[in-house]
Structures are given as structure tokens and as C-alpha cells.
Design a protein around this ligand. Structure first.
Ligand SMILES: [Zn+2]
Length: 279
């Protein structure tokens, strides 16, 4: 059994194919996916997805949408987290965080806003006693700085790309680190070393579909400019990602699956009941 701890199944890239692909992933052993929201307008679609396909979801405002976020949106998030507190499929606040890479978010004004939206959502996670799913892109230290001031119960540092020291700092704060498509590229030396050496208690696996394709469906810039389509990444590819991470760690994939499922359930405790009832 595998858990995809991060797949945006409601993304428009999937069109009508989502249900079919989800069934394919299920047939390949992916029993559960966590579907994070990115902005208030997709809260309902991730909730509906989770209830339709037996998955889990998170509600939050992604840093790429932080500039559009308003006080009213934060109140809507607060309200939704309260109204849906009894929903066993709502497992976290997410996807939230800070993006230190996208150029238009690196101006002083954009940073102030993005940091404020992140902090407001850490406060909501604390208020509603929920873990968080973090977007970490060239932002590990600043995410940690805010977390030290506003600690939460824990969660997942998704698509983690930081150093060993940063990884350990997240672990000390109750987090595990998510590994996915990037780890399948031989050039991702630092991420692969981290995936290979972290304690078995500190990692989970994810696809981040439809983003971050693994190397076997990745089209290079040259191929794309020649008209080759970018392959569609989804939880369907999780078994191969699990195999890559297992190979890096020198363990059998079944052991990696068991370890990463246990870790996902530990940091997102509501997953436990979902998996037991689906058996
Ligand atoms: Zn994401």
C-alpha cells in the first residue's frame, strides 16, 4: 500500500481524466492521496474530490496565490476549518508556505504579504489543532523562523529541497520531508543524498501531480519546443517513485512503503481512521 501525500487532483490539467487516472493509481497500490487546496476558490473541489474517491484533503492558500489573498479569504479558511472539523477527510492546513524562487514574489512588498499570509495560516492551524502541508522552495530557513514563533503540531515539508541541517530542523519541529519527481533525476544530487540518508521515520513520498514530473515522463525544453507534450504527472507514477527512493536507500520497496505510510499517518493523524475504514 502507498500513500501519495501530495497530488493536486482537482487541477485543470487533468480535465476529465482524473477519475480514470485515480482508478489506475488505485490498481497500482496507491490507496490514499492527500489533495491540497491552493486558494479559497478550490476548497470545495478538493473536498468533493476526497469524498468522491475516498481520499483526504487539506485547505489553505498557496504562496503563489498569496498576493491575491485578502482578510476575507483568511476568514473563509477559518470558517471552513471550523465547519469541517468533524470531516474525517480534512487532514491538514495546506498548501501553505513561502516561495523563494518565483521572481514576482521576491519584491519587498510581495514578500511582506506572502509572509503575512503564511503566518496567518500558521495561527489558524494552531487554533484548529491541525498539521500543515508546507510549500518549501528556496525558503526553508524563513519557513522555520516563522514556525519557531508560531509552532504547529507538525506536518509535511513537501517537495523538500533543503540541506541536511534544514531537514533536521523540520524534523525537530514534528515534520517529515516529502520526496517525489525531483528525486528521480540523477542530477538532483543533494535531494537524492537526503532521500538516501534521512532516518526511515522522517520521509514520505508524493507526486505533486500534475507538477514536478519524474524523469521518465519529463520532456526537455528542446523536446517541448519541438512539439512534444509534457507527460501528465499523477499518483499513477507513485510506485516507480517509491522504487527509486527505495533503491537510493538500499531497502525493499515494500519496506519503504510501510515506513512512509506509517510516517504519513503519524504526522497527519486523521489518515489513520481513513485507512482503517477502507480496509
Ligand atoms: Zn503542491
Amino acid at each position: 500500500m502507498l500513500i501519495d501525500t501530495h497530488c493536486h487532483w482537482d487541477a485543470s490539467e487533468f480535465g476529465d481524466a482524473g477519475g480514470h487516472l485515480r482508478a489506475q493509481a488505485q490498481a497500482r497500490g496507491v490507496s490514499l492521496c492527500v489533495v491540497p487546496a491552493v486558494q479559497v476558490s478550490n476548497f470545495e473541489s478538493v473536498r468533493r474530490w476526497a469524498h468522491t474517491y475516498g481520499d483526504a484533503y487539506a485547505l489553505g492558500i498557496h504562496p503563489l496565490f498569496a498576493l491575491d489573498a485578502t482578510e476575507a479569504h483568511l476568514s473563509q479558511l477559518d470558517q471552513a476549518l471550523g465547519d469541517l472539523a468533524g470531516d474525517p477527510r480534512l487532514v491538514a492546513v495546506g498548501e501553505i508556505g513561502i516561495d523563494g524562487f518565483v521572481p514576482w514574489l521576491q519584491t519587498p512588498g510581495a514578500k511582506v504579504k506572502m509572509h503575512a499570509i503564511y503566518r496567518a495560516q500558521l495561527r489558524l492551524a494552531r487554533k484548529h489543532h491541525l498539521p500543515v502541508v508546507l510549500h518549501v522552495r528556496k525558503s526553508a530557513d524563513v519557513l522555520l523562523k516563522h514556525l519557531r514563533e508560531l509552532p504547529v503540531v507538525g506536518g509535511i515539508g513537501h517537495a523538500f529541497n533543503g540541506s541536511v541541517q534544514q531537514a533536521q530542523a523540520f524534523v525537530r519541529m514534528g515534520f517529515v520531508l516529502g520526496f517525489g519527481g525531483t528525486a528521480t533525476f540523477e542530477t538532483a544530487v543533494r535531494i537524492r543524498r537526503l532521500a538516501a540518508t534521512l532516518s526511515h521515520t522522517d520521509l514520505v513520498i508524493e507526486t505533486d501531480g500534475p507538477d514536478i514530473p519524474p524523469h521518465w515522463i519529463y520532456a526537455t525544453e528542446l523536446q517541448r519546443s519541438a512539439g512534444m507534450a509534457q507527460g501528465l504527472n499523477s499518483s499513477v507514477h507513485l510506485p516507480e517513485i517509491a522504487q527509486v527512493v527505495a533503491n537510493l536507500r538500499g531497502v525493499h520497496v515494500a519496506l519503504l512503503a510501510a515506513q512512509t505510510c506509517a510516517n504519513a499517518k503519524r504526522v497527519l493523524p486523521k489518515l489513520d481512521a481513513l485507512i482503517d475504514t477502507s480496509l
